[in-house]
Design a protein around this ligand. Structure first.
Ligand code: URA
Length: 237
């Protein structure tokens, strides 16, 4: 999702359906307040959480929301779906319809899912330059061997996208269970990486994203707002 930062004059022209010339007149007449202060500059930069008032009409008053959900298997990481229940429907948040997903999980994956209405924050979380580790517990149909560790660390070429995956960490926890750490999230990445060994993934559970860990008090389907510390653990680009 693109961030909603931009110029005040564009926002006013679009929201009030007026020409730029009329926007200038409104500003000269001191009829627009941004975060409680009279706005004077046409090119003033605003963002999705700027509080914008025209006369006594509130044009924008969004408050940032940050949530974690324990995603159960069988629920789709989408805002709308005709067939399956969506993660949005599970959220215990009044503003849930304004949220977007910061890093999807497949239908049959479970675990930590983050949702927000702050696109700067979700962009920072997803940006490959930010190097945010995503840790998964993966259960496989067939036993693992040491060969997997080097193959994951080297990266794998995906012809469809013409990319080589970033080095990934694989730790063998049990003959059929691995912990995998990725710094990116290509389409079905983990399943495709194990697919190279013809080893089907039978369980995929996300444990953490950076310093945000799935809260063990949350049962599948339950959610809670992030703490201020969890939100601040993602540094903005
Ligand atoms: N990789 C996958 O294959 N599926 C997920 O849900 C997450 C990572």
């Amino acid at each position: 999702m693109q961030s909603k930062r931009g110029r005040l004059d564009r926002f006013l022209a679009t929201t009030l359906q007026i020409h730029r010339k009329s926007v200038r007149e409104l500003l000269l007449a001191k009829r627009v307040l941004v975060d409680g202060v009279v706005a004077r500059e046409m090119d003033m930069q605003i963002h999705e959480f700027s509080h914008i008032v025209f006369d006594s009409l509130i044009l924008q008053a969004n408050t940032p929301e940050y949530w974690m959900l324990h995603k159960p298997v069988g629920v789709v990481s989408a805002t709308k779906d005709d067939e399956h229940k969506t993660v949005i429907e599970l959220l215990d948040c009044a503003a849930r319809d304004e949220l977007h997903i910061a890093g999807r999980l497949d239908l049959n994956s479970s675990g930590l899912l983050l949702l927000t209405n702050d696109s700067r924050w979700s962009e920072a979380l997803m940006a490959p330059t930010q190097k945010v580790d995503k840790v998964y517990r993966v259960t496989l149909a067939n036993p693992l061997s040491e060969d997997y560790i080097a193959a994951f660390a080297e990266g794998m070429y995906f012809g469809f996208e013409d990319i080589t995956t970033q080095p990934a960490k694989l730790k063998i926890l049990a003959p059929h269970v691995a912990e995998v750490t990725l710094r990116e999230g290509k389409y079905h990445q983990i399943k495709r990486m194990f697919g190279r060994f013809r080893n089907p993934v039978v369980g995929l559970h996300r444990l953490s994203i950076g310093d945000i860990f799935l809260d063990n008090q949350l049962s599948p389907g339950e959610s809670r707002p992030l703490t201020a510390k969890e939100v601040a653990s993602i540094s903005l680009c």
